[in-house]
Design a protein around this ligand. Structure first.
Ligand code: SF4
Ligand code: SF4
Length: 165
């Protein structure tokens, strides 16, 4: 086999191994998450907790709100089972210390979101909800004319504002 051929086949093998590992990882996560009934909305992510600023002994709020039991309390501090985290942000939203829990997550679209403060979670939720509402409106009324036909001119400004979001 030529040097070029060897190089390309070894690259294929590495790619294949990487894809298999990813598939296995995904399958394992699905199995682990199945009992909680929680769905995944992000293709990748990471979570960290700053043990120096965590006030765990006084609150443990993040442990209580986590829908998948990815967080647990052990030996006086919060632990994370990364395989169970779906990067929903509920823990950041409830944490009493800003920048203590940090989450970075990636959507299917490739969009990456990073946050560590409750208000950032709220802003992200508003933005996601606004986008979903707009998608629904655009599905029902693909063109402005469709919208005007149903609601008349008085509402055209609403449609125009939403499509500009
Ligand atoms: S909510 Fe925040 S401060 Fe409280 S235990 Fe969890 S990480 Fe620590
Ligand atoms: S982001 Fe926080 S609350 Fe959500 S699953 Fe992960 S650890 Fe649990």
């Amino acid at each position: 086999m030529s040097e070029k051929g060897e190089k390309s086949s070894s690259l294929d093998i590495f790619q294949l191994l990487e894809e298999t590992t990813e598939k296995e990882k995904k399958k394992q996560r699905e199995e682990l998450l199945a009992p909680s009934g929680v769905s995944e909305f992000f293709v990748d992510g990471s979570i960290t907790i700053d043990k120096r600023t965590c006030q765990g002994i006084e609150c443990k709020l993040c442990v209580e709100v986590c829908p998948t039991n990815a967080l647990f309390w052990r030996a006086g501090e919060v632990g994370i089972t990364e395989e169970l985290c779906v990067y929903c942000g509920a823990c950041v939203l409830s944490c009493i210390v800003e920048d203590c829990i940090k989450i970075v997550r990636k959507r299917e679209t490739g969009e990456v979101e990073s946050f560590s403060k409750p208000r950032q979670v709220v802003v992200l939720q508003h933005r996601t909800n606004a986008r979903k509402r707009l998608e629904r409106i655009q599905n029902i009324f693909p063109k402005l004319e469709n919208y005007l036909k149903r609601y008349g001119k008085s509402w055209s400004c609403v449609y125009a504002t939403k499509t500009e979001l």
